[in-house]
Design a protein around this ligand. Structure first.
Ligand code: ADP
Length: 594
């Protein structure tokens, strides 16, 4: 990956606000120039007084000029800051949109493998750290840099010796700064690492609070949390302590421009080569540059913060991307074929052939159109992986998967998403009304169609019992809905989507007996006439499948109907016996489900 500087990365997101940035810079420059005029006015007034017979009208004239220039300075500074804020927020918006687009293009499996905390941290917090410095640096940096330069040139114009005298303390400051900056990069990197660690420990602590409490582990978990927070405090304090002496030296010496200008100015005045008004002016001006110079030192930290944030953003932006042809292709039939498919997860959960253990090896399988195929086998055999590969969460490592003879890699992702409905056990509801949650399956569907889908999925009845019926917000209802109810809502969504291929992954894994029957009914409504692939955990639900595929250790062990497999396949027979045994046991013990 080629690393660009953070400035070019930031400005690559600024295309639509370039005009505003330039205007902001221009306003800042004119504001600085206007800021010098009051000094010029004071100079003129001093000259009038020292001349001995000041005419009040003249004094007023200069006062007015200074006052107006002062007002213009702040007006332009305000305009410049507003424009720079608009630009900064536009850049932030563009970065966030680019990140979101990027997440859509990344392999779904990889995105889901990332922790929510990390993604949120980059998309929200990291991007946010760019705003403040960016919005202020554009006008303030220019002002704080230009003002001292302009004052210096002005002093040169008055008397070059006084200009040099003003710089007398600068070499000391530079040396101190160089000492302080010597290890700055290393220290800042360690600081970021320590801060990231604290972040992750805090997220872990909060996310795991249920488990921590359930196992009464609060004291040991708290200890880890407290240790991380304390070591972060110790580290930052140590860093500040190591640099405060130099910082204080810089803060003391940098503003002390009088150290140079006062003795040299007096000497020049005494020797008659500097008029009193020039002397006064030089002293005033040398004080005027202190503030801007001091401000400048704080930018060192802020540029570093931006550089780190941009680095994180860049890493996400240049992550792995699923190739997408973008050109829709004609898909005549909906039968799915896996031809010599191999796959392994890389250590980070991303796609790869060499890395990690091979999860699927040389799988050949046909899932015929309009038929019901079930995948069974011991846990960890690769059933879910096959389902995810068909939905293109990742690309296969070897071989190919086709739908209607077309390699799914040659289909645009949006076309594949139209063809395949994937019902997982994770039934995510967005925080909008339940009606809109179902309508996500087909945004053009009329209300009546939404209700019909809900009826078919057996969820109409309980939705109507909610406080606001279909208009209940899913967030409000979320806690009151059972896992099975949420599942039925997501099945209604899929019914509305009406995709020709349906994949069900453990869709019936954790429900009670009553929900189970309703879910079976809604699944039947969802899958009528579709190419159906079910990852089965309850063998009783799939015994009528047209074909059952027994998968073990990433290989197809057998394919057949329930009856054929019972006769031919010992693994299937064992699984069936275990299943019916469990069912009998659970019926005998009076408990529902397995
Ligand atoms: P099944 O659905 O048959 O239980 P899976 O397809 O879930 O099996 O898993 C097959 C193998 O792949 C297992 O060894 C599992 O540990 C591994 N695996 C599954 N998902 C991931 C992942 N995201 N990253 C790394 N390994 C994974």
């Amino acid at each position: 990956m080629k690393h660009k500087s953070w400035i070019s990365t930031v400005f690559s997101f600024a295309s639509q606000c370039r005009g505003k940035i330039i205007l902001s810079v221009l306003c800042a420059i004119i504001s600085v120039a206007a800021g010098l005029i009051p000094y010029w006015s004071v100079y003129q007034i001093i000259t009038l007084f020292i001349g001995g017979s000041p005419v009040m009208a003249e004094v007023w004239k200069w006062c007015w000029l200074g006052l107006r220039a002062y007002a213009i300075r702040f007006l332009l500074y305000g305009i410049s800051t507003s424009l720079s804020h608009i630009s900064a927020y536009t850049i932030l918006e563009n970065i966030r949109l680019a990140l979101a687009r990027r997440l859509m293009k990344a392999p779904l499996g990889t995105v889901m493998g990332e922790s929510v905390g990390k993604l949120k941290n980059v998309l929200v917090d990291r991007v946010e750290t760019i705003e403040l410095p960016l919005a202020h640096m554009i006008p303030e940096c220019i002002a704080n840099l230009l003002l001292p330069v302009a004052v210096f040139l002005y002093l040169v114009w008055i008397d070059w010796r006084m200009a040099l005298a003003m710089l007398a303390t600068i070499p000391f400051v530079l040396i101190a700064f160089a000492v302080m900056m010597k290890d700055f990069n290393k220290l800042y990197a360690a600081y970021m690492e320590s801060s990231n660690y604290v972040n992750s420990v805090i997220v872990e602590y909060v996310e795991g609070i249920e488990v921590i409490k359930a196992f009464n582990q609060s004291s040991s978990s708290y200890e880890k949390f407290a240790k991380a927070v304390q070591s972060f405090k110790d580290y930052t304090l140590k860093w500040y302590q190591s640099s405060w002496k130099v910082m204080n030296f810089v803060s003391a010496v940098l503003p002390s421009t009088f150290l140079g200008t006062l003795p040299i100015g007096m000497y020049l005045y005494r020797s008659g080569s500097l008029t009193p008004q020039d002397l006064t002016m030089c002293l005033i001006l040398s004080l005027g540059i202190v503030g801007p110079l001091m401000n400048f030192t704080t930018y060192v930290n802020e540029t570093k913060a931006i550089a780190y944030a941009v680095h994180d953003v860049d890493e996400l932006l240049h992550g792995e991307e699923l190739p997408d042809t973008g050109k829709p292709v004609e898909v005549c039939s909906k039968d799915i074929q896996l031809q010599d498919v191999s796959f392994s997860y890389t250590l980070k959960g991303t796609v790869g052939k060499e890395n990690g253990k091979q999860v699927l090896s040389h799988i050949n399988l046909t899932i015929p159109e309009g038929k019901f195929t079930a995948l069974v086998g011991p846990s960890g055999g690769g059933k879910s992986t096959i389902a995810r590969l068909i939905a293109r969460f990742w690309d296969v490592g070897g071989g190919k998967i086709t739908i209607g003879g077309v390699d799914i890699r040659n289909m645009p992702l949006s076309q594949l998403a139209d063809i395949v409905s994937f019902v997982t056990q994770d039934n995510f509801l967005f925080n909008c009304s339940i009606k809109e949650n179902i309508r996500l399956g087909n945004p053009d569907a009329a209300d009546e169609e939404v209700y019909a889908a809900a009826k078919a999925a057996c969820c109409d009845e309980f939705i109507r019992k909610l406080d606001h019926g279909y208009d209940t917000m899913a967030g409000d209802a979320g806690n009151r809905l059972s896992g099975g109810e949420k599942q039925r809502i997501s099945i209604a969504r899929m019914i509305l989507k009406n995709a020709p291929v349906v994949i069900l992954d453990e869709a019936t894994a954790f429900t009670d007996q009553e929900n189970e029957e309703k879910i079976q009914q809604s699944i039947a409504a969802l899958t009528k006439g579709k190419t159906l692939l079910v990852i089965a955990h309850r063998l009783s639900t799939i015994k009528n499948a047209n074909q059952i595929v027994v998968l073990k250790d990433g290989q197809v062990e057998n394919v057949g109907t329930h009856q054929q497999l019972l006769e031919e396949d010992s693994l299937y027979r064992d699984m069936w016996e275990a299943h019916t045994g469990a069912q009998n046991w659970s019926a005998g013990s009076g408990k529902g489900g397995d």
